[in-house]
Design a binder for this molecule. Structure first.
Ligand code: TYD
Ligand code: MG
Length: 466
């Protein structure tokens, strides 16, 4: 008879404990433990071996050379931006997780791409675990995405879903959302980590067994994480994050994990009345408000997001603080990175901001994670503090070391080419020691100013007023 046990499980990483813990020893988060009732697993013991956790009969090995591989076939989603993030389309039989805040447009994105895939003659099964089929139909009508190859079912019991998959044999499966699906085999409540983990596990097996390309939609928690993120990230083939600001229509799709392509690729969309519209040249959109505004504290960086180069404006505002502890606000850049840059500016160029508030904002709602943005951030802060304007047709690139030295950046050529394409005339870049890179850069129609220390960059600003 099956035995049931009560366990406390961290809802962030799946760590299990027999008692409540305030802080998870594995992921270090606080107040994430929830009591769940789980079924005890019975061990299958092999008579002849001490390796009682392996079924020896199933142990068959073969030379790696002889392992057969199916050529993974890509299914194009009909949306270039989505295909780019996926590395060229959905891989047949793969399982992909799409995560994002409620209301960001996950269902819209998937329904639009499902419609495009349905047009290619593929059968789609859309599991409405959260909404009614009529709600999905309304959205489909609005998006003009009610192709006859799309089947919908309002179901959240995994065992029933499995039966329907076996019956319909779809090519493409959408589960909207994984937090609303439950397995009758698990005693834990719906949405708990045990349920999410087990349901994803079963869906993964179905995807591989029936070669059904599966997308599961997942909500993020208040802290911005996918519920049970670590557990799910390990299990699925791809993790895509759909992000955007609450009061803006721009949406960014970011690849966090991809077993079949590059990670950190981004796709940019605009949420309009008739659904999501792809933005093929996002740099133009992000810089569109900049032309007419010539203010201090504004620089532009050519940031690499996956294989794509995006031109983004970094804005800084400094001023005497009315607070006892001056504020540092970093939107779009890492907070610790900002503090480090401010410390370097104080030590190496004598810019004292200990009594000033410092605000940094990257326009467009994109997070810049690469250190190549250091120089851009530093010069935005400097020009705001000194109230001077950097020539607006200039881009700034370079990582700043603790000694104030400007370090090289990856893929300089691609970044300069993108800047030149968008009409930028000058670039402040780190000193180039590689002759081949130097020769290639000379061919690009953009004036480059090599700097090895922050004071060199300041000299450039002083000698190139607007
Ligand atoms: P939805 O895809 O339901 O979000 P999620 O599945 O992530 O919860 O999208 C919800 C929002 O998108 C809602 O606020 C309305 C807006 N929207 C549009 O602006 N245009 C559209 O064509 C659609 C379908 C939705
Ligand atoms: Mg939805």
């Amino acid at each position: 008879m099956a035995k049931f046990k009560s366990k406390w499980i961290c809802q962030n990483c799946g760590y299990e404990s027999f008692s409540y813990l305030g802080k998870c020893p594995d992921c270090g988060r606080f107040s994430t433990f929830i009591e769940e009732v789980v079924q005890e697993k019975t061990e299958v013991k092999s008579k002849n071996s001490s390796l009682n956790f392996v079924n020896l009969d199933s142990l068959k090995y073969t030379k790696i050379k002889d392992v057969k591989t199916d050529d993974s076939i890509r299914i194009k989603s009909g949306m270039e931006e989505l295909d780019r993030v996926l590395g060229g389309g959905f891989v047949e039989g793969s399982l992909c997780l799409l995560a994002g805040d409620p209301g960001i447009g996950k269902s819209t994105l998937i329904l639009q791409s499902a419609n495009n895939i349905a047009k290619q003659g593929k059968k789609i099964l859309y599991i409405c675990a959260e909404e009614s089929t009529s709600q999905v139909k309304l959205r489909a009508k609005r998006l003009n995405a009610d192709n006859e190859n799309i089947y919908v079912t309002q179901q959240n019991c995994l065992e029933e879903i499995t039966k329907q998959i076996e019956e319909l044999k779809p090519d493409f499966l959408v589960v909207d959302s994984i937090q609303s699906v439950f397995s009758a085999q698990i005693v834990s409540s719906i949405g708990s980590i045990s349920q999410i983990r087990e349901c994803t596990n079963i869906l993964m097996r179905i995807a591989k067994q029936y070669n059904v390309t599966t997308i599961i939609i997942g909500h993020v928690t208040k802290e911005g994480n996918i519920a049970g993120p670590k557990v799910l990230e390990h299990m699925v083939d791809c993790v895509l994050n759909f992000e955007g600001e609450k009061y803006k229509t721009t949406r960014i799709l970011r690849g966090i994990k991809n077993r079949f392509g590059a990670v950190f690729e981004v796709g940019v969309f605009n949420m309009e009345d008739s659904g999501l519209v792809e933005i093929k040249n996002p740099s133009e959109l992000f810089l569109s408000d900049r032309e007419n505004i010539m203010t201090s504290g504004s620089t532009v960086i050519a940031a690499l997001e996956g294989t794509r180069c995006l031109l983004l404006e970094v804005q800084a505002l400094t001023g005497v603080s009315p607070y006892p502890n001056p504020r540092r606000v970093a939107r779009g850049v890492e907070y610790d990175r900002l503090l480090q840059i401010l410390a370097v500016l104080e030590k190496r160029v004598g810019l004292n901001l200990s009594r000033s508030d410092v605000y940094i904002n990257v326009i467009g709602g994109i997070d810049i994670i690469e250190p190549a943005a250091d120089l851009s951030i530093a010069l935005a802060v400097l020009t705001s503090a000194k109230d001077c304007i950097i020539n607006h047709k200039t881009i700034c690139l370079g990582e700043i070391g603790l000694n104030g030295e400007i370090r090289s950046v990856d893929n300089l050529e691609a970044r300069l080419k993108e800047a030149q394409k968008l009409g930028f005339e000058r670039a402040i870049i780190p000193k180039i020691n590689n002759k081949t890179v130097l020769e290639r850069i000379k061919k690009i129609d953009i004036k480059t100013y090599e700097v090895s220390k922050i004071p060199d960059a300041i000299k450039f600003i002083d000698s190139h007023p607007c």
